[in-house]
Design a protein around this ligand. Structure first.
Ligand code: PEP
Length: 248
C-alpha cells in the first residue's frame, strides 16, 4: 500500500507522570522525521489528557489502549471512545492479545468496540494474530482469516481501520517470525481485506507487531504489505523508539 508508515508505541500498563519526560524526548527525536512516517504513542489512559497538551504541535499523535463497546452510562471502570477523543486520542488499540486472553475478549466484542471507535472518528488499530498452538498446528492463516471476518467491522471508512498482525507468541518474547513468514501472513491479510472490501481494502494499513527492535525494524518494514509497526517494550525507551521511527 502507499502512504506513510505508521509506527505505533504501546506502553501497556506502564507510565506515571514521571514518565512524561520519555514522551517529550520521543517528540523531540521525531521532529526531524520525514513525511513518510506517522508516529502514535498509546500511554495509559491516565496520562492521555496531559500528554495531549505536551504533544501539541509535535509529530507524535496519541491513542488509547482500549475502549468500551458502549456509548456511555452505567459501565463502571470502562472508558468510552468519546472520552478518549475528548482527552486527545486520535487512535485506539482494540483486541490486543493481552485483552483477548486475560479479559476473554471475543471477536464480536472487539468488532463492537471498533464500531464505537470509528463512529467517534478514532482510528481503530485492531489486533489479530495466532497463538503458539495455532502456529504449531499450521492454522496461522485460518486464525487470522477468522479474526478479520469476526472482529473487523465492515465499515466503509477504511482509512479509520488499521490491522495489526501480532503473533501472540512473538509479543514480549524477543522471538519473531521469519521475514518470509511475516510476508506470507501480511499477503494473506491483504487478500482477505480485498475479498471483504473490494478494491478499497487496499487502503487499510497493516502493521506488524511482536518483539520489534531498532535492529529488526528496517528489514520488517521492507516487506511488501507491511505498512508500519506496533511496538511494545521498545516504545518505553525514547531512544529505541525513535530509532525504530527513523527506519520508516
Ligand atoms: C505489543 O504489546 O503490542 C507488542 C508488540 O509488544 P513487544 O513489542 O514488547 O513484543
Amino acid at each position: 500500500m502507499t502512504g506513510p508508515y505508521l509506527i505505533a508505541g504501546n506502553w501497556k500498563m506502564n507510565g506515571l507522570n514521571s514518565s512524561l519526560a520519555v514522551l517529550e524526548e520521543t517528540a523531540r527525536s521525531c521532529e526531524h522525521l520525514n513525511e513518510e512516517v506517522d508516529v502514535v504513542v498509546f500511554p495509559p489512559a491516565t496520562l492521555l489528557a496531559v500528554s495531549s497538551i505536551l504533544l501539541k504541535d509535535t509529530r507524535v499523535q496519541l491513542g488509547g489502549q482500549d475502549c468500551s463497546s458502549e456509548v456511555s452510562g452505567a459501565f463502571t471502570g470502562e472508558i468510552s471512545a468519546s472520552m478518549l477523543k475528548d482527552a486527545g486520542a486520535k487512535f485506539v488499540i482494540l483486541g490486543h492479545s493481552e485483552r483477548r486472553q486475560r479479559h476473554a475478549e471475543s471477536d464480536d466484542l472487539v468488532r463492537r468496540k471498533a464500531i464505537q471507535a470509528v463512529q467517534e472518528g478514532l482510528k481503530a488499530v485492531i489486533c489479530i494474530g495466532e497463538i503458539a498452538q495455532e502456529k504449531a498446528d499450521g492454522k496461522t492463516l485460518a486464525a487470522v482469516s477468522d479474526q478479520i471476518l469476526y472482529s473487523v467491522p465492515r465499515t466503509s471508512a477504511v482509512d479509520q481501520i488499521v490491522i495489526a498482525y501480532e503473533p501472540k507468541w512473538a509479543i514480549g518474547t524477543g522471538v519473531t517470525p521469519t521475514l518470509d513468514e511475516i510476508a506470507v501472513v501480511h499477503k494473506h491479510i491483504r487478500v482477505e481485506l480485498l475479498a471483504h472490501w473490494g478494491e478499497s481494502g487496499r487502503g487499510i494499513r497493516i502493521l506488524y507487531g511482536g518483539s520489534v527492535k531498532p535492529s529488526n525494524a528496517t528489514e520488517i518494514l521492507a516487506i511488501s504489505e507491511v505498512g508500519g509497526l506496533l511496538v511494545g517494550g521498545a516504545s518505553l525507551d525514547a531512544k529505541q523508539f525513535s530509532a525504530i521511527c527513523e527506519h520508516g
